[in-house]
Design a binder for this molecule. Structure first.
Ligand code: S3P
Length: 433
């Protein structure tokens, strides 16, 4: 796929429903008693894998229309083993959260598999705490396929060795089935969609500054879940409008959970001009509309505690910093190496091939900003949706355009990304004429 440069970006858009929240809506709906209606569902390859997974476990899901689901849950203890492997495709959130849920289905056996990328990602981070709770789990040297032999669970207090919302969520979900209260201690705060949705479903959750405690539960009552727009899908457009002089872009109905919007804090430090208006709550989550104007950026340093709050946007931060005045730095982000690709190497390779000055370090990047358009060229997405979108935004901001290899992988989180981009380009160019 080739994306040509653009002068400026103007217009209004909305992005599909949040991927993290959509996964949780389907998984928790599957555990509900009776019907859960999900609106604003973020349909993507990842979240469709979640629908298929719960169907394999005996749950009925009606796809009412493109983004409305009706899920007929089986109750917390009612999932039934399909007797064959459950394919989690490319979805890290699905495999980690489902492991916590299935560990609680006492007396049953399950096997989880995934694609080549997911099979290369670490699973010991979930099997270790869940084994301590009493589950019998088997992996191939810490990787998929993952076998689960569900047994009665005991509660634990667990200090997360890595800041990961997926691991925290897996333990909290297993905690619903444990003998007493289960506590997860976080080295630094991570996204809290699981806590918010479980609380809304009637589960007793106690939140302290650096820990979360869940009480065992008998049932989940979800009713209706409205999913706000995905901040991570809005982020490419935020960076595009920031980088293209004369831009004025509005993005409506975006999730603005502070554990997700680290990129806005980072951009603000860099001189970015993003204003939030119409603040409201959508589906129990903070949300609002964004007004983004182009800005002349200055360098900044991003350190450990800020990393989980911007984890999926760090490749875009690298692009912005490579076009800013001065030298930027990302540190404490070794987790980026354990994503759908090694995102430190994938980002650095992609940006360097466009002529940007970015160097990989063990735990992040060093970036020498040059406030002109990147040259352009060809980038390898490595089958990683976030890298393909990075390439597309770099292309808009480039002098010569960018050829993106395996661009179709955007479907993992945002199947309509290139169509939306084309529409926005057309609107922006028409205003230019
Ligand atoms: C997610 C948590 C993050 C994030 C991923 C989605 C979630 O992963 O990168 O895209 O839905 O909980 P980690 O928990 O591994 O950091």
């Amino acid at each position: 796929m080739r994306v040509e440069p653009l002068k400026r970006l103007v217009g209004h858009l909305a992005v599909p429903g949040d991927k993290s929240i959509s996964h949780r809506a389907v998984l928790f709906g599957a555990l509900g008693d009776g019907e859960t209606r999900v609106t604003g569902f973020g349909r993507s390859a990842d979240t469709e894998a979640t629908i298929e997974a719960v169907r394999a476990l005996g749950v009925t899901v009606y796809e009412h229309d493109h983004d409305t689901l009706r899920i007929f849950g089986k109750g917390l203890r009612g999932l039934v083993s399909p007797g064959r492997p459950i394919d989690c495709a490319n979805a890290g959130t699905l495999v980690r959260l489902l492991t916590g849920i299935l560990a609680g289905q006492n007396g049953q056996q399950f096997e989880l598999t995934g694609d080549a990328s997911l099979s290369a990602r670490p699973m010991k981070r979930v099997t270790e705490p869940l084994s301590r709770m009493g589950a019998a789990l088997e992996t191939e040297d810490g990787h998929l396929p993952l076998g689960i032999d569900a047994r009665p669970l005991r509660s634990i207090t667990y200090e997360l060795p890595v800041a990961s919302a997926q691991v925290k969520s897996a333990i909290l979900l297993a905690g619903l089935y444990a003998t007493g209260e289960t506590t997860v201690v976080e080295p630094t705060p991570t996204r809290d969609h699981t806590e918010l949705m479980l609380e809304a479903a009637g589960v007793t959750i106690t939140r302290r500054e650096s820990s979360v405690t869940v009480q065992p539960a008998e049932r989940l009552d979800l009713g209706e879940i409205e999913v706000p727009g995905d901040f991570s899908s809005a982020a490419p457009f935020i960076i595009a409008a920031t980088l293209l002089p004369g831009s004025e872009l509005h993005i409506h109905g975006v999730n603005l959970n502070p554990r997700r919007t680290g990129l806005l804090t980072i951009l603000e430090r860099m001189g970015g001009r993003v204003t939030v208006y119409n603040r409201r709550r959508i589906g129990g989550e903070p949300a609002g509309d964004l007004d983004i104007r182009s800005a002349d950026l200055v360098a900044t340093t991003v350190l450990g505690p800020e990393v989980p709050l911007a984890i999926d946007e760090l490749p875009l931060f690298a692009l912005a910093a490579s076009c800013a005045h001065g030298n930027s730095r990302l540190r404490g982000a070794e987790e980026l190496r354990a994503k759908e690709s090694d995102r430190v190497e994938a980002t650095v390779d992609a940006l360097r091939s466009l002529g940007q000055h970015v160097i990989a370090t063990e735990d992040g990047f060093r970036i020498r900003g040059v406030p002109t358009r990147p040259r352009g060229g060809r980038i390898e997405s490595r089958g990683d949706h976030r890298i393909a979108m990075l390439g597309a935004i770099a292309a808009l901001a480039s002098a010569d355009g960018v050829e993106i290899d395996d661009a179709e992988c955007v479907a993992v989180s945002f199947p309509g990304f290139f169509e939306l981009l084309a529409q926005l380009k057309e609107t922006s160019e028409r205003q230019e004429a």
